[in-house]
Design a protein around this ligand. Structure first.
Ligand code: ADP
Length: 496
């Protein structure tokens, strides 16, 4: 189907191809796979099943486009991003529908994604006029020394499905704004909203051909694309958002190729409720933080620690609120908990909850699957060695635990190998701030829940949650090289 026919709300019947060198192209192998809606199961379209060869074509296109895009003057670069923000806003309703159909994303979180995308593009436009270096004092008389930021070349981006528009967007817009060109590999679960849609937006906005490329692939075939991206000498950086096991594998390979990476990986995020907290506020915050987008956000609260004086009141009010959350069609504005992404994710949730219950956990709300949805679920008395207590389980399940003190809450919060986001709810903000510095997390919010993001914030984790920071203010550190340049206006005297 011609891309122009995809405009409007007919998009979901379209096929998704690669976008290489400004053209929509099929996989060289001629293979396709069906893109299923997690809510209805219907086939939304066929997707090009790409491989390493397609990836090499995309890298070549990005490499060829690099000198041209890097040389574009700031006013023109700024116009592209401002225009792209307008495209996102104009297509807002259609994008909300696409997010719901392709990824099961409800209206509320869809709006969050669209607003983030528009803000990201406007902030990227502002980057065009950021200073690109500094003058440095030198002890060598007659030498002028500079540190100059230069784009690196081709940046590879591997993005997940769970906040497809936002996570693909932040993976590519910062690198592009700095003058790099990009090859994006979206998830097999979101080839349109996390891939081709960005190509449509940036193409309409006037980004030069080849500056942005997308390669899609069939389920289970991401490895060949990742390997081709890492092996290419033209690809100078890889950014990855996804699970810790996949990130670890990519980091190992990146080490072999001496390729710098930004990794934003799994979270097992704690929310601490201290004894002086307002219980009603804590319940509202915890409900949002644990169940927004049916718990499929990397920052979602997975563990709630409540100081004992509040524990029973909190548990009762929280379980009652959670049990009443509307579940079902993501296109219904009243729905809070939509479908999980696929049958495999549903089965994993059920297996881990059942295992915890068999080990002695109690279910305070939810716990019985309603395919394709898993209801918002609260577990308590979960043993530390249950699978669900050990690592990230992506979905609407949260563990609740009473603790004797804020000290114990911090110790319990820090017990995992993951360290993405955390939050603390307390009547004493200063105490919250001081406890925040003791939490092993890249992101901590006091008197809020953990799911927050803004395009310019230093987003990222510590420990096994990854390294490097997304956030436009920090993108230069990750996606440009600092070059030391000197110039002399007089000859030097050499010793021999
Ligand atoms: P999730 O459980 O969120 O899907 P993954 O880490 O499996 O987390 O997926 C995140 C992204 O990583 C997706 O785009 C997926 O296709 C990609 N991916 C998965 N395995 C590999 C791999 N071996 N090499 C490169 N990318 C991969």
């Amino acid at each position: 189907m011609d891309r122009s026919e995809r405009a409007g709300d007919a998009w979901q019947k379209g096929d998704v191809t690669h976008f290489i060198g400004g053209a929509w192209v099929e996989a060289e192998s001629g293979r396709w796979y069906p893109n299923h809606s997690p809510w209805s199961g219907e086939v939304l379209g066929n997707v090009a099943a790409g491989d390493g060869e397609d990836t090499r074509r995309a890298i070549e296109a990005a490499h060829e486009a690099f000198p041209g895009w890097a040389a574009v003057v700031p006013a023109q670069r700024q116009r592209v991003f401002l225009h792209a923000a307008e495209v996102v806003e104009r297509r807002r309703d259609e994008i909300l529908l696409a997010l719901a159909l392709e990824t099961g994303c409800g209206i509320h979180f869809g709006r969050v994604q669209v607003e983030f995308a528009a803000a990201l593009l406007r902030q990227a436009a502002a980057l065009a006029y950021q200073p690109s270096g500094e003058l440095l004092p030198s002890d060598v008389p007659g030498t002028r020394a500079m540190a100059i930021r230069r784009p690196v070349g081709v940046v590879a981006a591997i993005a997940p499905w769970n906040s497809s528009l936002v996570l693909a967007g932040r993976a590519v817009i910062g690198p592009l704004a700095l003058g790099n060109t990009v090859v994006l590999k979206p998830s097999e679960e979101s080839p349109y909203t996390g891939g081709a849609l960005w190509a449509e937006i940036l193409q309409e906005a006037g980004l030069p051909d080849g500056a942005f490329n997308v390669v899609t692939h069939a389920p289970g075939e991401a490895g060949a694309i990742g390997d081709a991206l890492l092996a290419s000498r033209h690809v100078r950086r890889l950014n990855f958002t996804g699970s810790t096991p996949t990130g670890r594998r990519l980091a190992e390979k990146a080490g072999t190729h001496l390729k710098r990476t930004v990794l934003q990986l799994s979270g097992q995020n704690p929310l601490l409720v201290l004894a002086d907290a307002d219980v009603d506020y804590a319940v509202d915050a915890a409900t949002y933080g644990a169940f927004v987008h049916q718990g499929q956000v990397c920052m979602c609260a997975r563990r709630i620690y409540v100081e004992r004086p509040l524990a029973d009141r909190f548990a009762e009010a929280f379980a009652a609120k959670v049990a009443g959350l509307p579940t079902g069609d993501p296109r219904d504005p009243a729905t809070v908990v939509g479908p999980v992404i696929n049958e495999w994710a549903l089965a994993l949730l059920q297996r881990r909850v059942d295992e915890a219950v068999a080990m002695g956990a109690r279910v305070l709300a939810g716990g019985t699957p309603a395919p394709p949805c898993y209801p918002a679920t609260v577990l308590t008395d979960v043993p530390d060695d249950a699978e669900i207590a050990l690592g990230e389980t992506f979905g609407p399940v949260v563990l609740l635990e009473a603790v004797d003190s804020a000290e114990e809450a911090v110790t319990r919060a820090n017990r995992t190998d993951l360290g993405l986001a955390a939050s603390i709810i307390t009547g004493d903000t200063y105490r919250g701030l001081s406890l925040a510095t003791r939490l092993d997390a890249g992101i901590v919010h006091v008197n809020d829940q953990p799911v927050n993001d803004e395009p310019h914030m230093p987003f990222g984790g510590v420990k096994d949650s990854g390294w490097g920071r997304f956030g436009l203010g920090y993108a230069a550190e990750e996606f440009s090289d600092l070059q030391w340049v000197t110039a002399r206006d007089q000859d030097r005297t050499f010793p021999f």
